[in-house]
Design a protein around this ligand. Structure first.
Ligand SMILES: Cc1cc2nc3c(=O)[nH]c(=O)nc-3n(C[C@H](O)[C@H](O)[C@H](O)COP(=O)(O)O)c2cc1C
Length: 365
């Protein structure tokens, strides 16, 4: 074995050890979760991620229970590898959707869109699945773990879709070194393997990636949607802006387009009508809430990239072409492993003997 190949083998073994907890939790070869994306994460992308060694997660979004059952069965037909289902906490049929996951023996259920109650977590776990939830703070993470969450996702403001206010790096530093009770997966702005490595070294069990999988060859998103991602740079992925605190807007990160411009004018117009007494505040709030109804589907499925919602994270700047899922995952892993190998070689050349790796490369030192 040459020095280079033994360093590479040691780097690969080191990476396996670093995300062992995440891999064991998910039952996968890599601890990379494909973040559920409404309309995007359906059977084709999810099965492709799982078949390539990651962990695909079906987006249930606003699906009815019978639609979810069909989508789970459709995904099973395309992969025999583990995958999960993402449910939205405030979905009116949440309990029935959990029951579908139980009947279909889904291994992992991820609850998004707010903190799930202990009863929800119990319902998931009683059916034999592992329950995952999003932790916005260390305290909330601790409480979720105590109330039965088997693993957590922390998602920074760089992410695509609905976002919190805190950056991934700060959330990770606040939570990862402290919260060891359950595996924690880091999401938001993860676009290269070196970044994955840095979060693993801070204590993450794995990562969740959304934006980078949108332009996967296997993804059914409309070619216009993919082209918008390929053309965009990080600064084009902007959070929606609330212009009046009386009319709250849940921040969503998406590529700026005609619809996002119109949303500002629309808010101004609704607020003026409320202020002049033409409509009530509740009616105004409802109008603002409804502005984006159906907009993600319009962009992802119909390809209307000007009037639809182009939800995307800042890592969109790292999306440069359409690629098969297996290539995206291989690229991320190669970047993490070469960073580890480079570090060990640098260390060895500095000290003459040492290595930053926990174990010296087989046969090399
Ligand atoms: C188009 C799009 C749709 C999304 N839809 C959902 C969703 O339905 N449920 C959810 O929990 N997260 C959703 N997300 C967030 C992703 O699951 C993931 O956590 C996020 O994309 C990770 O950050 P990244 O975009 O920087 O990789 C969505 C993200 C995008 C880009």
């Amino acid at each position: 074995m040459t020095d280079a190949t033994s360093y590479a083998a040691a780097a690969s073994a080191r990476l396996d050890r670093l995300w062992k907890r995440g891999r064991e939790f998910l039952g996968t070869r890599t601890a990379v979760m494909g973040g559920a994306m409404s309309w995007v994460s359906e059977r084709h992308l999810v099965s492709a991620i799982s078949n390539a060694g990651g962990f695909g997660v079906l987006a249930c979004g606003s699906m009815a229970p019978d639609q979810l059952a069909v989508e789970i069965a459709g995904t099973r037909a395309l992969t025999d590898k583990p995958f999960g289902v993402n449910l939205i906490n405030m979905h009116p049929a949440l309990d029935q959707l959990i029951d579908v996951c139980r009947e279909q023996r889904v291994g992992h259920v991820v609850v998004a869109g707010g903190l799930p109650s202990s009863a929800t977590l119990r319902r998931i776990k009683d059916g034999g699945a592992k329950a995952m939830a999003f932790a916005p703070t260390l305290t909330a993470g601790r409480r979720l773990a105590k109330h039965g969450a088997d693993a957590l996702v922390i998602e920074g403001t760089e992410a695509g879709g609905h976002i919190g206010p805190v950056s991934t790096t700060v959330l990770a530093q606040e939570i990862l070194p402290e919260l060891r009770e359950v595996p924690v997966f880091v999401a938001g702005g993860v676009g290269r393997g070196e970044t994955i490595l840095s979060y693993l070294e801070l204590g993450a069990a794995g990562v969740q990636v959304g934006t980078r999988f949108v332009c996967a060859t296997e993804c059914v998103a409309h070619p216009n949607f993919k082209q918008a991602f390929i053309r965009a740079s990080a600064r084009d992925a902007q959070p929606s802006v609330q212009i009046d605190p009386r009319f709250p807007v849940i921040p969503v990160r998406a590529l700026a387009n005609e619809a996002s411009k119109r949303f500002m004018e629309f808010q101004r117009d609704v607020i003026a009508r409320v202020d002049s007494g033409v409509m009530s505040r509740d009616e105004g709030m409802l109008e603002i809430e409804h502005f984006w109804a159906g907009a993600l589907r319009r962009a992802v499925i119909e390809g209307d990239v000007e009037n639809g919602s182009l939800m995307a994270g800042q890592s969109v700047g790292l999306v440069t072409r359409e690629q098969p899922v297996a290539d995206i995952l291989a690229e991320l892993i190669a970047q993490a492993e070469s960073a580890l190998a480079r570090r060990a070689m640098d260390e060895a050349s500095l000290t003459g003997v040492g290595s930053l790796m926990a174990e010296p490369p087989v046969g090399a030192l």
